[in-house]
Design a protein around this ligand. Structure first.
Ligand code: AMP
Ligand code: GLY
Length: 425
C-alpha cells in the first residue's frame, strides 16, 4: 500500500506516524513533508497548494489513496480534481469545504439545519455593521467571512474595539478579500472544545475531545497563535455531551450538506462552546486540527487507516466499530520560534534530546541546511506529545522534553491542560 499525505506540518507528521503504525508495510509519501516525516516516509518537494503537481504525483506513484492535511488545497478543489479522475482521496470537495472557508455559508447552513450556534448577520458596509454592534452591545464578535489564516476573528470587549475591527476589515482591508464581508456575531461564554468526526457523509466516528491553547502565554494570555498546545481527553466531554453533539450538531449538519448537494466526507472538526444553554458551534473546520491531532492520535489504539481508506474510496463506515482509545491522557506542548506569532527568524540550528518511550516529537517548521543540520523553518517548530496515566504526568513529561529542545529564542507554554488540572483539584 502507498499513501500520499499532502502537507508538511505537525498534523501531517502525526497522521503519517499513525498510518505507518497501522500498517508498517505501507509506503508513506509526503508532499512537501518535513524532516520528521522523512524518517518514516519519502518526502517529495511539491507544494501543498500545487494541485496539478500533486495530481500528477499521485498518478505517477499509483498511490492507494491520498490524505489532504491543510485547508488550502481543499479550498482549491484538490478533492474534486482527484475524484473526477477516479483517484481515492480523503477530504471534502471544494463545495463541501465551504463549511470552513466561508463563514457565511457555515452560518446559513447551521441556521437552516437548526444547529445551535451564535446568531450572526453579514455586512458589506460600515454603517450597517456598526449599527448591528450597537444593537447587540459588547462583548461582541466581528469576523472576516473568508479564510484569514486564523486571524480574522476579533472578540471585542467594547463597542470601540468592534468599530475598529470593522474599519480594519471593510475600510483598511487588512484581511484583503477575506474581509470584504464581515459577520457581526453574538458573544458566547463558556469553555471551548475541539471535536473531530470522521465521516463518509452520513455516518460518523467521533474522536476524543481535545482543548487547544491558542494564546502565546501561560494562563491563556497574550496574542492568539495557531495553537501552542493541546490535551485530551477533556472531562467536560461526557458521553452524554457527545451524544448531544452528535444528535444536535454533527448529524443535522451532514444531512444539510447532503440536502444541498455537497456531501461532506473526510474529517469534520467542530469547534464548540459549552455554554449555559448547551453546546454551540463556534466554527467548523474541514480538516484535522493542529495541534489537537498531535495529542489525539497517540491516544488512538484502533486503526485510523481502515476508516480513512474506506472514506477515501467512497465507501461507508457504517459497519465499522467505534475507535478505541488508550487509558490516561496526552499532552502536546508546541515549541515555537522566537518572535512567534509575529515574524520569526529561520535557520537556527536545533539540538534534539533523547526521547523517553511514550513521548513523540512531531516536526512542523523544520528543515535541513546545506550541512544537513536540522534548523528552524517556521513559527511552530515542533509539537511534543507525552501519553501517561494521568494528565499531570503527561504535562510534566511533555514539558520536560519540550524544554530540552534547544535552539535560539525558543518559546513554549508550560501549562498545557491547566483548565483540566484545575477541574481535577
Ligand atoms: P474562529 O476562528 O471562528 O475559531 O474563532 C477564533 C476564536 O475566537 C475561537 O476559538 C473563540 O475563542 C473565539 N470566538 C469566536 N466566535 C466567538 C463567539 N461567538 N463568542 C465567543 N468567542 C468566540
Ligand atoms: N487548532 C485549531 C485549528 O487547527 O484550526
Amino acid at each position: 500500500m502507498k499513501i500520499l499525505i499532502v502537507g508538511g506540518g505537525g498534523r501531517e507528521h502525526a497522521l503519517a506516524w499513525k498510518l505507518k503504525q497501522d500498517d508498517p508495510a505501507a509506503e508513506i509519501i509526503a508532499a512537501p513533508g518535513n524532516p520528521g516525516i522523512a524518517a518514516i516516509g519519502r518526502c517529495v518537494d511539491v507544494k501543498a497548494t500545487d494541485v496539478e503537481a500533486l495530481f500528477a504525483l499521485a498518478k505517477r506513484e499509483r498511490v492507494t489513496f491520498t490524505v489532504i492535511g491543510p485547508e488550502a488545497p481543499l479550498s482549491l478543489g484538490i478533492v474534486d480534481r482527484f475524484r473526477d479522475a477516479g483517484l481515492p482521496v480523503f477530504g471534502p470537495t471544494k463545495a463541501a469545504a465551504r463549511i470552513e472557508t466561508s463563514k457565511r455559508f457555515a452560518k446559513e447552513l447551521m441556521l437552516a439545519a437548526n444547529v445551535p450556534t451564535a446568531s450572526a448577520r453579514t455586512f458589506t458596509t460600515i454603517p450597517e455593521a456598526k449599527a448591528e454592534v450597537r444593537r447587540l452591545g459588547a462583548p461582541v464578535v466581528v469576523k472576516a467571512s473568508g479564510i484569514a489564516a486564523g486571524k480574522g476573528v476579533i472578540v471585542a470587549m467594547s463597542i470601540a474595539e468592534a468599530d475598529a475591527a470593522i474599519d480594519d476589515m471593510l475600510d483598511a482591508k487588512v484581511f484583503g478579500d477575506a474581509g470584504a464581508e464581515v459577520l457581526v456575531e453574538e458573544y458566547m461564554q463558556g469553555e471551548e472544545l475541539s471535536l473531530f468526526a470522521l465521516t463518509d457523509g452520513q455516518n460518523v466516528l467521533t474522536m476524543l475531545a481535545a482543548q487547544d491553547h491558542k494564546r502565546i502565554g501561560d494562563g491563556d494570555t497574550g496574542p492568539n497563535t495557531g495553537g501552542m498546545g493541546a490535551y485530551t481527553p477533556v472531562s467536560l466531554a461526557t458521553p452524554g455531551l457527545l451524544a448531544t453533539v452528535t444528535r444536535r450538531i454533527l448529524t443535522p449538519t451532514l444531512e444539510a450538506m447532503r440536502a444541498q448537494g455537497c456531501t461532506f466526507t473526510g474529517l469534520l472538526y467542530a469547534g464548540l462552546m459549552l455554554t449555559e444553554d448547551g453546546p454551540k458551534v463556534v466554527e467548523f473546520n474541514c480538516r484535522f486540527g493542529d495541534p489537537e491531532t498531535q495529542a489525539i492520535l497517540p491516544m488512538l489504539n484502533s486503526s485510523l487507516l481502515v476508516p480513512m481508506r474506506a472514506i477515501a474510496e467512497g465507501g461507508s463506515i457504517r459497519s465499522l466499530s467505534n475507535f478505541s482509545w488508550k487509558r490516561g491522557a496526552a499532552v502536546t506542548t508546541v515549541v515555537a520560534a522566537e518572535g512567534y506569532p509575529g515574524p520569526v527568524r529561520s535557520g537556527d540550528v536545533i539540538a534534539l534530546p533523547e526521547l523517553p518511550s511514550d513521548v513523540s516529537i512531531f516536526h512542523a517548521g523544520t528543515s535541513r541546511n546545506d550541512a544537513g543540520e536540522l534548523v528552524t523553518a517556521g513559527g511552530r517548530v515542533f509539537a511534543v506529545t507525552a501519553v501517561a496515566d494521568s494528565l499531570a504526568e503527561a504535562q510534566a513529561r511533555s514539558r520536560n522534553v519540550a524544554d530540552a529542545v534547544q535552539f535560539r529564542g525558543r518559546q513554549l507554554r508550560r501549562d498545557i491542560g491547566w483548565r483540566e488540572l484545575a477541574r481535577q483539584r
